[in-house]
Design a protein around this ligand. Structure first.
Ligand SMILES: *Cc1c(COP(=O)(O)O)cnc(C)c1O
Length: 372
């Protein structure tokens, strides 16, 4: 992935001053919380925060106590959704050290999202410094339990109090952190997927390739319909022809053919460029697996599942890593993939990726960056 480090306004690239939380969670309570983790419900004692103004650029770099923000009711984000975010994890290795996975790629993507949403770019070094500065104080929150991690959520939004429609002149960048357990309590289980009917995630020229809250808002109703059909996830097809696989609400999708070839939709501008997706492609290619990036119709996947030519389907993203798909459902079909069991290719790539992330094997790619 390419990195864009330019900022339209000068960066002050200051060190983050630390305003310590005067009542952090007591250690015993924190350790109890870390022993019993859900996803995204618990937050660390601090957050990183930088404010941008059109005249002054990025300023006031601080790590401050985690807590509610004061926001003017006219803050532009509440009306026009000028907002982007990222998601990455800090992993605790067996020796106690703490590592990030390809954080420069999150920083680069954050700036591509920023450009699409007319938000200021945040210099890559500032993005990375926000992560290391927060972890410098909150690293005890990185869990030690197997397959758990500290989920990091950088985000940026328009805080200016102004109801006119234009890019805001006051912007907040924040980084919060949430300890998370294994995404699947009780082991990895294949998920059932509902193919969205009459709804699309993104159109040509829209915001599909930007990691912005608006895409998620648009996915909630179809996601609700997926739940109503007994499925855990929704799969979106392309908006132009309503035929081609794009992605899930927050994960990219892969198809494993019975001859061992792996396919995934090519990037079209309407699909989010997952860092997990790019990593999976590279690792498979290095194992001499043929990976084909192309337009894939839902119909051919369903026919392939029925004929046996499609052996596995999986989804991937930072939160759930690699997730087997066991069933595809729509009003026109209901097919079970691989007997509803997780496939070998899926579980092998999942293990290969998490082995690197948790330092259980050598990282031949230089993807891991030590922070503590
Ligand atoms: C974040 C995200 C992904 C996965 O990206 P990763 O970098 O692998 O975490 C996929 N699709 C959407 C819509 C996303 O927002």
């Amino acid at each position: 992935m390419t990195h864009h480090t330019g900022a339209p306004a000068p960066s002050n690239a200051g060190a983050f001053r630390v305003v310590a939380n005067s009542s952090p969670m007591p250690e015993a309570e924190r350790e109890a919380a870390l022993a019993n983790l859900a996803f995204g419900t618990q937050f660390t004692d601090h957050m990183a925060h930088i404010t941008w103004t059109r005249d002054g650029g990025w300023d006031d770099y601080r790590v401050e106590p985690y807590g509610p923000l004061t926001l003017d009711p006219a803050a532009a984000v509440l009306h026009y959704a000028q907002e982007i975010f990222e998601g990455l994890k800090a992993y605790r290795w067996a020796d106690g050290s703490v590592w990030l996975f390809r954080p420069d790629d999150n920083a680069g993507r954050f700036n591509r999202s920023a450009r699409r949403m007319a938000l200021p770019e945040l210099p890559v070094e500032d993005f990375l410094a926000s992560v290391t500065s927060l972890l410098a104080v909150d690293h005890p929150w990185v869990p030690r339990v197997e397959e758990s991690s500290l989920y990091l959520r950088p985000f940026m939004f328009a805080s200016e109090a102004f109801l006119g429609v234009r890019p805001a002149n006051v912007i907040e960048y924040l980084l919060i952190a949430s300890p998370v357990g294994p995404y699947f309590a009780g082991g990895v289980k294949p998920v059932s997927i509902w193919v969205a009917q009459g709804f699309h995630r993104a159109g040509i020229g829209g915001t599909g390739a930007a990691k912005c809250g608006g895409n998620y808002a648009a996915s909630l109703l179809p996601q609700q319909q997926a739940y109503d059909k007994g499925c855990q996830q929704v799969l979106f097809l392309d908006a132009r022809e309503d035929k081609f696989l794009e992605e899930l609400g927050g994960m990219n999708v892969f198809v494993v053919r019975s001859d061992g070839t792996v396919e995934t939709p090519r990037l079209t501008g309407t699909i989010l460029e997952g860092i997990t997706r790019a990593s999976v492609i590279q690792m498979l290619e290095d194992q001499n697996v043929t990976v084909v990036l192309r337009d894939i119709t839902a119909d051919e996947v369903v026919a392939g599942v029925e004929s046996g030519e499609v052996a596995e389907v999986f989804a991937c993203g930072t939160a759930a890593v690699v997730t087997p798909v066991g069933r595809l459902v729509s009003p026109d079909f209901d097919v079970t993939i691989g007997g509803g069991q997780a496939g070998d290719v899926t579980m092998r790539i999942r293990k290969a990726l998490t082995d690197i992330q948790y330092g259980r094997v050598e990282d031949p790619y230089g993807w891991m960056r030590r922070v503590v």
